[in-house]
Design a protein around this ligand. Structure first.
Ligand SMILES: NC(=O)C1=CN([C@@H]2O[C@H](COP(=O)(O)OP(=O)(O)OC[C@H]3O[C@@H](n4cnc5c(N)ncnc54)[C@H](OP(=O)(O)O)[C@@H]3O)[C@@H](O)[C@H]2O)C=CC1
Ligand SMILES: O=C1CO[C@H](CO)[C@@H](O)[C@@H]1O
Length: 354
């Protein structure tokens, strides 16, 4: 029988705990060690989670023979350095989103990964969800024509007292934390970006809490990515194409519903001056019929479940890459992560106060 991958986790926060919960559903992975900036905290966290090894020294963990691969789950500002340590030890590493704090850090990490032939993948977990894969397949199939406009919004209110990292001026902000998903999807679906505009609201510490990004793609398409830490948004994605529309239902980060509707040029009807009122017009004039149609439209959409936990598809993908000796993910390539960070950085720098 194949032995489970022995994973070391660098981090003791919310996401480290959340991923440990997801991993309970994955018999292919066992967590053998925890690393933290603080040894006592690592021990406490490991004890809470039933993990044997704990250390306050990340180098010790990545070099530990009981660790085959590493998951970097600490603060965003520490991602690149932690992942580099893993690359130096030639251990495959899954790095929380965003891959790094800056585009330079991301590029350095990507180069090191390629030079060392070591697998590095950003945890852009949504891209591995069945609904996202189906969206890409539908678009590639060509039946909806060419993509023209993407709208993606992700926001719900969170309080600084419960989410210190998100509101830390050296680490957080909504652009890095939440726009990362929409920007990665936009690049994935609509290709390279030539120009970025951004409007944002900042709190009294200068942290961006709401942002509205507009990406101009080389193809001529436009993406609109809106994100918030201070408001509830629709949490949906909507892709307008020349021959139809594809959409991801709420919650877009974790979507399980794909909607689709086609409108082929042949379906366009000409206005017919003086035409008689037909059956269709009579039905349309009946409010009850419109209500039934609306109910049907609202429930339309394919349910594409992710299984027991939304993080399982990306974990399964990571394990498959390791088992297959792959050095990079085709689904979440490093170039995508680097380009995403370049855009996030431009948006952060180019922000016009809103
Ligand atoms: N993929 C996803 O869906 C999500 C990803 N993330 C990403 O995960 C990363 C971590 O986010 P998250 O786990 O929410 O952040 P947390 O603030 O919960 O934890 C981050 C780090 O802060 C330190 N820390 C946490 N709590 C305490 C405490 N009580 N006392 C002292 N230190 C503490 C720990 O450092 P140490 O490791 O040194 O112990 C921990 O690793 C971010 O990069 C974020 O973008 C976040 C949420 C969801
Ligand atoms: O990446 C993320 C996914 O969703 C979280 C909340 O549910 C965000 O805050 C987070 O950073």
């Amino acid at each position: 029988m194949t032995q489970p991958i022995r994973l070391g986790i660098a981090g003791t926060g919310r996401m480290a705990a959340r991923m440990l919960r997801a991993l309970k559903h994955d018999p292919d992975v066992t967590v053998t060690a925890i690393a933290s900036g603080d040894g006592a905290r690592a021990r406490w966290f490991a004890d809470q989670c039933g993990v044997a090894e704990a250390t306050g020294n990340l180098t010790d963990m990545v070099q530990n023979e009981q660790v085959d691969a590493v998951y970097v789950a600490g603060r965003t500002r520490d991602h690149a350095a932690a992942a580099l340590q893993s690359v130096k030890a030639r251990k495959p590493v899954l790095v929380e989103k965003p891959l790094a704090l800056t585009a330079d850090q991301a590029r350095t990490l990507a180069e090191a990964a390629r030079e060392s032939d070591c697998l590095v993948m950003e945890n852009l977990w949504c891209l591995a969800l069945p609904a996202y894969l189906a969206l890409r397949d539908q678009l590639a199939g060509g039946a909806y024509g060419s993509p023209v406009h993407l709208h993606f919004d992700f926001g719900y209110p969170v309080q600084p007292e419960n989410h210190a990292s998100l509101f830390d001026p050296d680490d957080g902000g909504v652009i890095l934390d939440r726009a990362v998903y929409g920007v990665a999807l936009a690049l994935n679906l609509l290709g390279p970006v030539t120009d970025v505009d951004c409007n944002a609201q900042r709190n009294d510490r200068g942290v961006d809490v709401m942002a509205d990004l507009r990406l101009h793609h080389q193809s001529g398409a436009v993406s609109h990515v809106a994100v918030a830490l201070n408001a509830l948004m629709s949490n949906t994605a909507s892709l307008a194409c020349t021959h139809g529309h594809l959409g991801l239902g709420a919650p877009v980060v974790g979507a399980e519903v794909l909607t689709a509707s086609q409108m082929l040029p042949a379906a366009e009807t000409e206005a017919r001056p003086g035409a008689q009122v037909g059956l269709t017009d009579r039905i349309r004039a009946w409010p009850r019929a419109r209500k039934i149609k609306r109910k049907r439209d609202m429930s339309a959409g394919r349910f594409l479940g992710y299984g027991a936990d939304p993080y399982l598809p990306v974990l399964t993908h990571f394990v498959e890459l390791i088992r297959g000796g792959q050095r990079e993910s085709g689904l979440i390539p490093l170039d995508l992560s680097v380009s995403t960070l370049e855009i996030l950085q431009q948006a952060r720098g180019r922000t016009v106060e809103g």
